[in-house]
Unconditional design. Structure first.
Length: 521
């Protein structure tokens, strides 16, 4: 008897119902016992209800592994289209086999073709082990089962569409390199792990006995290595974090970030903002307070908040428009520029420049951190990355110096005219120069001070004279064409907003056509 359409529809429904259960009820229960959501539950929570459309749901279903351990497709977040994939540890452990890798590759390609953000939810131990019983070499078997290199579309997508990776479990080997090529990596505290080789292999080769957390936990990668950008207490909070981040970003490099109505007055002034900053150049204060006063509704989405705390980077809005904030943090290493802060700052600014996000630099730094440790770690090379990123950037850029900028800090924070900053503003208490006023006085008048009848009084007098004559921003603005104005602190927000309005039509150009530059990596 011929098979009817109803028979086929029934069969299709049964196959899809089975595919929805991944590796089966028992493995789903094991996932839940660990306090983890399944691959599909994660997508259901992340995406707008009913918006998910799946790619190749039944791929490999004849091999009792529908989807080959990967759920992929597209949907919307707050009405905006994204391409997504979610690795499924209930199917073959979430390991990356041929079809699994192929689906990742195709999802990335579709995101590129459509010009929409790519989000990957990673929960995989790495490449699927080769079948050593065959005559094919282990390397050949592994290559066949990797589905081709997903690193190629990752690289093609870089700077074209935003890429966000979420590490939802323990990921190793090939499973961490694709996330490492994305723009942002989020992790779940005490659940997510990233490492090239796991604890067992490390112990076997190196003799080091380390737990998963000690080797590659979320705390390690957010505070020590700087590999990850944020960690969250739970999976749902991480997925909420992705939604929040996307609200600041455009879908691709050809478009501007979305305008979000914040209902904050663009002409708003704040008389309290100047009270935050002590007049003495070396007393600490929290730069977050300045940032929150300036931005719409005080909302700031910080990137890498636990790594290289001497520099603060993140997203906010000014008059409903996304901006990237780069600011020194006087409470950490006095706001000095370091090897780690340079990496953090340069990468963030290059992301902003890729996606049409204006950059606001808020400056209060004593310059680059001196000493053997920084020099031996390559502060020259790493500091040069910041200079490269500043000079390469074409998006609008405004600099506000709130208290001081000495020596190389003027370079690293874009204060020096000719580095591409569009507008530079000083607060009235600002000190700028090769050295601070106190250090300059010791350099020029130290011998005279030590020989004086009252050295302390002489030092105070010389410092007062030097500050009034050379360290005053009112004197500086008179003879420095690179300074746009000295402003009252309370005016900072509205002046930034007006500046961004002018810079909306800033033209981008490359004077010397080339394949690409060679940033000092």
């Amino acid at each position: 008897m011929a098979v009817t359409a109803e028979d086929r529809i029934k069969e299709l429904r049964e196959l899809k119902a089975k595919a929805l259960k991944g590796g089966g009820e028992k493995k789903i229960a094991m996932q839940h016992e660990k306090g983890k959501m399944t691959a599909r539950e994660r997508l259901d929570y992340l995406l707008d209800e009913g918006s998910f459309v799946e790619f190749q749901m039944l791929l490999c279903h004849l091999e009792a592994g529908a989807g080959d351990g990967l759920v992929s497709g597209y949907g919307t977040i707050d009405g905006r289209v994204v391409c997504v994939y979610s690795q499924d540890p209930t199917v073959k452990g979430g390991s990356i086999g041929g079809m699994h890798g192929y689906k990742m590759y195709r999802t990335m390609e579709r995101a590129l073709d459509m010009g929409v953000p790519l989000i990957g939810l990673h929960d995989s131990p790495g490449a699927r082990l080769p079948d050593i019983t065959t005559s094919k070499s282990a390397i050949g078997e592994m290559m066949d089962k990797s589905g081709g290199s997903v690193f190629y579309p990752n690289t093609q997508a870089s700077g074209y569409i935003p890429q966000i990776a979420a590490i939802m479990g323990s990921c190793a080997g090939i499973s961490v390199y694709s996330p490492a090529l994305t723009d942002f990596i989020f992790m779940v505290d005490k659940q997510s792990h990233m490492f090239i080789t796991g604890p067992a292999m490390v112990k076997s080769v190196m003799g080091e006995d380390l737990s998963y957390e000690e080797l590659g936990g979320a705390k390690v990668h957010c505070k020590v290595s700087g590999v990850a950008d944020r960690r969250f207490p739970s999976e749902k909070e991480l997925l909420d974090g992705i939604k929040d981040l996307l609200s600041y970003l455009p879908p691709n490099m050809k478009e501007k970030p979305p305008i979000v109505e914040m209902n904050d007055e663009p002409e708003r002034e704040d008389d309290d903002i100047q009270k935050i900053v002590p007049a003495h150049p070396f007393l600490p204060y929290d730069m977050h307070k300045i940032i929150n006063k300036i931005l719409d509704k005080g909302q700031f989405y910080e990137i890498k908040p636990e790594f290289a705390g001497e520099i603060i980077v993140g997203f906010g809005r000014l008059n409903n428009q996304t901006v990237g904030i780069v600011a020194n943090q006087p409470t950490v290493k006095a706001g000095s520029l370091t090897v780690d802060s340079s990496e953090k700052q340069a990468r963030f600014m290059r992301f902003c420049d890729s996606f049409n996000i204006p950059i606001i630099l808020i400056v209060d730094t004593p310059a680059y951190m001196p000493g053997k440790e920084q020099e031996h770690k390559g502060i020259i090379r790493h500091g040069a990355k910041v200079l490269y990123a500043l000079c390469e950037a074409t998006v609008p850029r405004i600099v506000v110096i709130v208290r001081k900028s000495y020596g190389g800090g003027n370079l690293g924070m874009g204060v020096i005219p000719g580095m591409g900053s569009d507008m530079i503003y000083y607060w009235p208490i600002v000190e700028v120069g090769v050295l601070g006023a106190a250090a300059s006085v010791e350099l020029f008048f130290g011998k005279e001070i030590r020989a004086a009848e009252d050295p302390d009084e002489m030092r105070k007098q010389k410092l007062k004279e030097y500050t009034e004559k050379y360290a005053s921003p009112m004197r500086e603005v008179s003879g420095n064409w690179g300074i746009d104005d000295v402003i009252e602190p309370k005016e900072t927000r509205k002046i930034l907003i007006k500046g961004l309005k002018l810079l909306e039509t800033k033209k981008k150009y490359n004077k010397y056509p080339k394949h690409h530059g060679n940033i000092p990596l």
